[in-house]
Design a protein around this ligand. Structure first.
Ligand code: ADP
Length: 628
């Protein structure tokens, strides 16, 4: 029999399939199963109007079997089948746009780009990734004879008549031999096939049946033994849980689905169901987890939602469906409104995808707000897992998401001694208070005991105590909330020190300019200047800054990799009423050596109260001892 050549397009595609190294060979089964499912649908559709077809229609099923000795996997369906002409037309050429698009994209791409294949309807030819030859036995509903199509890859195919009792198609894949790097034999196992069906084809509408090895006890008494037997089992769930109506599926069922599919032991805090029928129709089931995944802040964690079309998973993690600040959200989106025979790059541009993504973003935010207002306990669970993520969301992308996130933030209130929202801070602001105040430190207790936080407390002003490294950036990015400025208690514009007091300190500083310059000098460059400040309460000294970098920012930058981190310009702030300052003032002319020691001592205490480490703890200890 004469071998026919593939049309040139097909030949090129086959070359690509066979010669390129794909990591995701697994998807061949998904493609063959999807074709079988389409064939079942087609026969069903035709039988609605065609009497003859109806007679040929039996209960639609897809059967998968394997034979380890012959190294074959067979996928059989009782669908529409193909005539000889159709075998020629469908399998001898790239008739369908899906495969053609794929080929065009592959031509543009570097051949090592290996994840692209998972995102296409690459179809029948993908079987050549695992098979050295393919046999298709098919009988069309409109034909009394069956035909066998055979091909060993790029060099062509043959078609002959053959026997087949029932209408439908068998695809027989004869697997390639194993190599040092590729283990094709792994597909010859019930376990592997089952897991591929579960992963990629779980929601195909028709039953996918697989012979399954089982065990049962036979015999009585001493003759009791276990025997193995085979049962044909339906592997796929068929109806996706997200396709079923809300009233039909309990939260518990959704949670079970979440735990099984997203490998989490814990119930999520929430499930969000979307059934959108607007510009773009889609269904989605989204989950807000309750615990931070162990790899959440590493490169291993991949954000994204699973994307399905007609029950077939076409992308495991579609990143473009979620903004970064919601990267903890898990779930699935199912739509028929996307043209999926397109590459990832084109998908990103897709208007439909953007519409879905923007809807999802809104729905998740609304759900978080609902939890915050109606189920605080759950929100606090969420917050402890992903609050930090929301804070990073505020500062990322130049603050472009801040207005979407600010109402979801929680901070520890000095007055309430618990986490509160900015809104609640605003509603409970004391009379005469103009600004939202915060105090940053390494711990809640340090944040509350700084002189400035104490001063605020005396005035009856609440202070938000911040301990995460990113907090100060969050506040600086937010800048305002509800038209009130957000400002550090340490900032000279915090409003905590009256203008009169400030002026008095300035006057006094002018008078004392000589001693202040002496102190700056004796600290040998550790501070840019020394000033006097009212409002330091019982403290003789505190550490302030001048310029855009604060001490908290300096700490934050210091943890980043690399050297030459930006440094704050430090200012030693002295309490003009303190005995310590008066002591330096009294002795710096007569006993400059002693005054220098006092200055260093004061600087050291200022460092410690600011939560910083001493430059030289040994020298500091000696200094104290020498002064006792
Ligand atoms: P696509 O599925 O994108 O159309 P394929 O290469 O997978 O491309 O398949 C080509 C064509 O072969 C299908 O469109 C269909 O007409 C036919 N075909 C493939 N598998 C079967 C099958 N099991 N039963 C009937 N027709 C099939």
């Amino acid at each position: 029999m004469r071998k026919k050549l593939f049309k040139s397009e097909s030949k090129r595609l086959l070359d690509l399939m066979i010669n390129s190294i794909y990591t995701n060979k697994d998807i061949f089964l998904r493609e063959i199963i999807s074709n079988a499912s389409d064939a079942l649908d087609k026969l069903h559709y035709i039988s609605l109007t065609d009497e003859a077809a109806r007679e040929k229609c039996s209960s639609p099923e897809i059967h998968i079997t394997f034979n380890s000795n012959e190294r074959t996997i067979t996928v059989s369906d009782n669908g529409i089948g193909m005539t000889a002409a159709e075998l020629e037309e469908n399998l001898g050429t790239i008739a369908r746009s899906g495969s053609l698009k794929f080929k065009e994209e592959m031509d543009k791409k570097d051949r090592t780009e290996n994840d692209i294949i998972g995102q296409f309807g690459v179809g029948f030819y993908s079987a050549f990734m695992v098979a050295k030859d393919l046999t298709v036995i098919s009988r069309s509903y409109k034909d009394d004879t069956a035909h066998i199509w055979k091909s060993q890859g790029a060099d062509g195919y043959t078609i002959e008549e053959c026997e087949k009792e029932l209408v439908g198609t068998d695809i027989i894949m004869h697997l390639k031999d194993d190599t040092d790097t590729e283990n094709y034999s792994e597909y010859l196992s019930e376990y592997k096939l089952r897991s591929l069906i579960k992963t990629y084809s779980d929601y195909i509408r028709h039953p996918i049946k697989l012979p399954t090895e089982k065990h049962r006890e036979v015999g009585e008494g001493d003759d009791k033994k276990t025997e193995a037997y085979t049962e044909i089992e339906t592997v796929n769930s068929m109806v996706p849980i997200w396709q079923r109506s809300k009233s039909e599926v309990s939260n518990e069922e959704c949670f079970k689905f979440y735990k099984e599919h997203f490998y989490d032991f814990n119930d999520p805090v929430s499930v969000i169901r979307i059934n959108a029928d607007g510009l773009v129709s889609y269904k989605a089931m989204l989950f807000i987890p309750s615990k931070t995944p162990y790899d959440y802040y590493t490169k291993e964690y991949s954000k994204g939602l699973a994307l399905y079309q007609s029950g077939v998973m076409i992308m495991e993690n579609c990143e473009d469906l979620l903004p970064d600040y919601l990267r903890f959200v898990k779930g699935v989106v199912d739509t028929n409104d996307l043209s999926l025979n397109i590459s990832r790059e084109i998908l990103q541009q897709s208007h439909e995808l953007k519409t879905i993504a923007s809807n999802i973003e809104k729905k998740v935010r609304t759900e978080l707000k609902r939890l915050l207002d109606k189920d605080l306990e759950k929100y606090l669970t969420f917050w402890s897992a992903f609050g930090l993520q929301l804070k990073y969301g505020v500062v990322s992308d130049y603050g472009s998401h801040k207005d979407n996130i600010s109402d979801l933030l929680l901070f520890y209130s000095q007055k309430e001694q618990k986490l509160i929202t900015l809104k609640s801070y605003l509603e409970n602001m004391a009379e005469g208070q103009e600004k939202i105040l915060y105090s940053c430190a390494d711990s809640l207790s340090s944040a509350q005991s700084t002189p400035a936080a104490q001063l605020a407390k005396d005035k009856g002003f609440d202070v938000l105590c911040l301990t995460d490294e990113v907090d100060e950036f969050v506040m600086k990015t937010l800048m305002t909330y509800g038209e009130k400025a957000i400002i550090s208690v340490k900032d000279e514009n915090s409003g905590l020190i009256s203008e009169d007091d400030k002026k008095a300190a300035e006057e006094k500083a002018k008078e004392s300019s000589e001693v202040l310059a002496f102190i700056t000098e004796s600290l040998g460059g550790a501070v840019t200047e020394t000033t006097l400040k009212n409002g330091l309460k019982d403290f003789a000294a505190s550490l302030g800054t001048t310029g855009p970098i604060t001490l908290e920012m300096e700490k934050y930058f210091a943890q980043m990799p690399g050297e030459d981190h930006p440094k704050a310009q430090r200012v030693l702030e002295l309490n003009p009423d303190s005995t310590a300052f008066k002591a330096i003032e009294a002795c710096y002319k007569g006993d400059p050596e002693k005054a220098t020691k006092y200055a260093k001592l004061l600087y050291g205490t200022a460092l410690l109260t600011a939560g910083l480490t001493l430059d030289d703890p040994f020298e500091f200890s000696k200094l104290i001892t020498s002064l006792i």
